[in-house]
Design a binder for this molecule. Structure first.
Ligand SMILES: *Cc1c(COP(=O)(O)O)cnc(C)c1O
Length: 235
């Protein structure tokens, strides 16, 4: 299948899932995850209407940035504080904030560039050891700490990576928990908090995530096919 046909398929499934939760497909943003795919494939996806792309490594953003057509870039993977400076003026949102230290570095670099950076807090609701993100119990305090200390950061919502399940329905409990937090904390009244994105769902589980309330899905494999991990670079 072509990238174009794959995108059309994802858009169709996204709309069906959104309708099940009383929304439309347009209420759910599709971020095409382009990690380990080359610039030609990315530009092809952009020609097919993709407006937002996700990368999980700073180095990959740096190596592709100048050759990719105009698009919004999302940093969706773990971010080391010493690499924030490279991407602060390139990405439109950082999905993977999981420490005050990282938020403070983003704040500092954003100030240097005269911008406010949109971030999501990554919540690891399944408490998987192998994954980054804070626990559901830590979320409220993390939001408060960032609001108290990071004037150049705007909290736009939450992000979650559910454990891989052979039956994606089994991931729903983890999405439901993060949706509950999202609804709770979206009510905070603060100039630097403006919840708009609940980033949940990947190729394997995005329909379940949307039914649980996700409004931003991060889809790679279903658009571009399997990734070639022999091309992998450092973080
Ligand atoms: C790779 C990645 C995705 C996309 O995964 P697919 O299974 O290829 O759709 C989504 N989110 C994050 C954080 C990723 O690293």
């Amino acid at each position: 299948m072509s990238i174009k046909a794959n995108i059309e398929h994802v858009i169709e499934l996204k709309a069906k899932a959104a309708e099940k939760s009383g929304r439309t497909g347009d209420d759910v943003l599709l971020v095409a995850v382009t990690k380990l795919h080359d610039v030609d494939e990315i530009n092809e996806a952009i020609d097919c209407g993709i407006t937002d792309i996700g990368e999980n490594k700073v180095q990959e953003i740096m190596s592709k940035y100048d050759r990719v057509k105009p698009v919004r870039w999302h940093l969706i993977g773990h971010l080391q504080t010493n690499k924030v400076k490279y991407i602060i003026d390139k990405v439109s949102m950082i999905h993977s904030v999981d420490s005050l230290k990282l938020a403070e570095e983003i704040d500092k670099r954003a100030a240097q560039h005269g911008l406010t950076m949109d971030i999501l807090i990554q919540v690891n609701s399944a408490m998987e050891e192998s994954k980054f993100g804070i626990t559901t119990d830590e979320t409220g305090q993390m939001i408060k700490d960032i609001l108290d200390n990071c004037p150049n950061v705007r909290i736009r919502g939450l992000m979650c990576i559910a454990p891989y399940e052979d039956n994606p329905e089994d991931a729903k409990v983890y999405f439901d928990e993060v949706k509950k937090l999202y609804d709770e904390y979206s009510r905070i009244d603060h100039p630097n908090l403006d919840f708009k994105y609940l980033s949940m769902g990947m190729s394997n589980d995005f329909e379940v995530a949307i039914e649980a309330g996700s409004n931003l899905i991060r889809v790679g494999t279903m658009i571009f096919g399997a990734r070639d991990y022999s091309k992998k670079q450092g973080e």
